[in-house]
Design a protein around this ligand. Structure first.
Ligand code: AMP
Ligand code: MG
Length: 399
């Protein structure tokens, strides 16, 4: 049986980034840039006032208070037309271009209007350059402002708008097909009869993949027969990633592994030293990565987060596709029972400026409800004997 770390490495080694495509900049949110983006403008485009006030020659304020003649009122969207000369000032608003001649802006709070004589009293001495943002200080024409491999977040959307990049190249997000196996499964709208349960994995897996921006199709639920599993898997082989849940344990009706082999899938691993989620099969058939996950809902949830998350992120072109690990101080003692790494649903929070974590109550890998009280997975390492209160432990944040 291989370790979780080895399994993750195998998955990410086998996974290749998908080709790039051009999309409208607004739909790039959550995707990864596949090109460097250059600015076509200087920002600010001119020496710009950072305040509402008066553009002046700083030297004129040396013996403040002083009175200056107001020669112009520069509104937003208008360029100044007059050069400021000695003992003159132009009224200016935030974001407007500083007129020629002026070398500082006095904010309005430090002035008094002397109406109706078009004069202003400057109450304080000001230094040269004060309240002026220099042309191009944020970005210059031709500068690479966003780099290939960066995630597109709301602030990157704003920069794409600033530099006029209405279409941008991003890596494609994978297409994902999801199959739920199990003769006992009924759909959401049905009331389960004796011996039946509702299919929840199909939907939670779809939501996990959609949260990462994958293009998901629920391919349906199948009974535990080789024929049905094989028929639906053929449809799934159109996808970049095919996820199956259930049917991977040692039971008589656990046929997914057999079908994968019948279809000549290249199998990389079939078991990982992990709890929950030991029986997890990873293979590749042509270009499709196939993940067959255990049917227990927490096992299916956890194995997605451990193995499919990095695969999707790598396909999407992200250079950092691994999960972030936090260190948190344990609030409750944990006894280590097995020599298999465990991922326990837990709750992470800040207390006195430090992260603390407590496992939530859970009754094993079928207890999906426990995960609704959790916001992270607490890693109980295989080599640990006992975890004591106050000890720093590794956690994987989920939200
Ligand atoms: P299996 O991995 O097929 O042996 O299933 C293990 C357990 O998970 C059984 O109790 C199944 O009923 C349950 N299970 C399997 N598939 C699903 C599903 N799609 N949704 C919810 N529970 C499931
Ligand atoms: Mg089953």
């Amino acid at each position: 049986m291989i370790s979780v770390d080895t399994a993750v490495k195998i998955v990410t080694d086998v996974t290749e980034p998908l080709p790039a495509k051009t999309v409208s900049f607004e739909s790039a949110l959550g995707l990864c840039l596949a090109q460097d983006v250059q600015s076509d403008i200087n920002m600010p485009p001119f020496d710009r006032s950072a305040m509402d006030g008066y553009a002046v020659i700083a030297e004129d304020t040396a013996r403040a208070p002083v009175e200056l003649t107001v020669i112009e009122d520069i509104a937003a969207g208008h360029m100044p037309t007059k050069k400021v000369k000695r003992r003159q000032a132009s009224k200016i608003m935030t974001g407007a271009a500083v007129p020629e001649g002026a070398d500082a802006v006095v904010k309005v709070e430090e002035t008094e209007d002397l109406l109706p004589h078009n004069r202003v009293r400057i109450l304080r001495t000001i230094d040269r350059g004060r309240n002026i943002s220099k042309m191009g200080e944020d970005m210059k024409v031709g500068q690479v402002v966003l780099q290939k491999g960066m995630p597109v977040r709301p602030q990157e959307i704003g920069i794409l708008a600033t530099v006029g990049k209405s279409c941008v190249e991003v890596f494609s997000a994978p297409t994902v097909g999801i199959i739920s196996t199990g003769t006992e499964l009924v759909d959401v709208e049905s009331k389960p009869a004796a011996a039946q349960i509702r299919n929840s994995n199909g939907y939670s897996l779809a939501a996990q993949a959609r949260r990462l921006k994958a293009d998901v199709e629920l391919l349906g639920t199948v009974k535990d027969t080789k024929e049905e599993i094989s028929r639906i898997m053929h449809r799934g082989l159109q996808k970049d990633i095919l996820i199956l849940s259930g049917g991977v344990s040692m039971g008589e009706y656990d046929l997914v592994g057999d079908v994968m082999k019948d279809l000549k899938t290249h199998i990389y691993f079939e078991k990982v030293a992990l709890r929950p989620g030991k029986p997890v099969i990873f293979g590749k058939k042509d270009k499709t990565l196939i993940f067959a996950l255990p049917g227990n809902p927490v096992a299916s949830f956890v194995t997605f987060e451990l193995f499919i998350y990095p695969a999707i992120r790598k396909m999407m072109g992200f250079t950092s596709h691994h999960r972030t690990i936090f260190k948190a101080s344990l609030e409750t003692e944990i006894l280590v029972k097995r020599k298999r790494r465990e991922y326990r649903p837990a709750f992470l929070r800040m207390q006195n400026n430090a992260w603390v974590v407590t496992p939530v109550e859970w009754h094993g890998s079928a207890d999906l409800l426990s995960t609704t009280r959790a916001n992270c997975l607490l890693i109980v390492r295989e080599d640990a004997e006992k975890f004591t209160v106050g000890q720093l432990v590794d956690v994987v944040p989920l939200d």
